[in-house]
Design a protein around this ligand. Structure first.
Ligand SMILES: [Zn+2]
Length: 165
């Protein structure tokens, strides 16, 4: 057995690019900004991930997916580390990712500074279907805790808003 890993950081990132967010299967964890870093040391491959919010139940699934996929690709010694600092921010998502969320029916956050959850009515969220800004928040918790449930007053459709923080 050789100690030196036969793969580079780029190889690992390429493999991990196939992992999607279990809650939003149209975007990868890389696009969500959850994949922070890959550290190769001797034969250990450490993957650093940051949850979109503390206690996100999807993290267990993501961690399992990472280990499974890397092992399938011949990377034997995998360690997944969850980092909470710096905390994930919706600013780590690029415009293309926000567009994918919108096409999936989730209103993407505009900017982290846009949300004041102490005063959620101050947030203007546009409908992902008809772009109307005439929307109302129904519940601060949508299909998952990191989303809020909104309703469009124009097309009358409910939709999820990815809370920015
Ligand atoms: Zn609408």
């Amino acid at each position: 057995m050789v100690n030196t890993a036969p793969y580079s950081k780029e190889d690992i990132l390429f493999i991990l690019a196939g992992i999607v967010d279990p809650e939003i299967p149209v975007v990868t964890i890389q696009e969500m900004g959850m994949l922070r870093d890959v550290i190769l040391m001797d034969d250990l491959c450490e993957v650093i991930i940051t949850p979109t919010y503390t206690g996100c139940p999807a993290m267990g699934i993501i961690e399992h997916d990472i280990v499974e996929l890397l092992i399938q690709n011949g990377v034997q010694n995998v360690k997944v580390t969850t980092s909470y600092s710096p905390a994930w921010t919706t600013d780590w998502m690029n415009d293309g990712t926000k567009e994918k969320l919108k096409n999936f029916g989730i209103a993407a956050p505009i900017h982290s500074s846009c949300t004041n959850w102490l005063n959620p009515k101050s947030v203007i969220v546009s409908c992902p279907r008809c772009n109307s800004t005439h929307t109302t928040m129904i519940s601060q918790f949508g299909s998952t805790a990191c989303k809020a449930l909104y309703k469009c007053e124009d097309c009358k459709e409910p939709f999820d808003y990815f809370k920015c923080h």
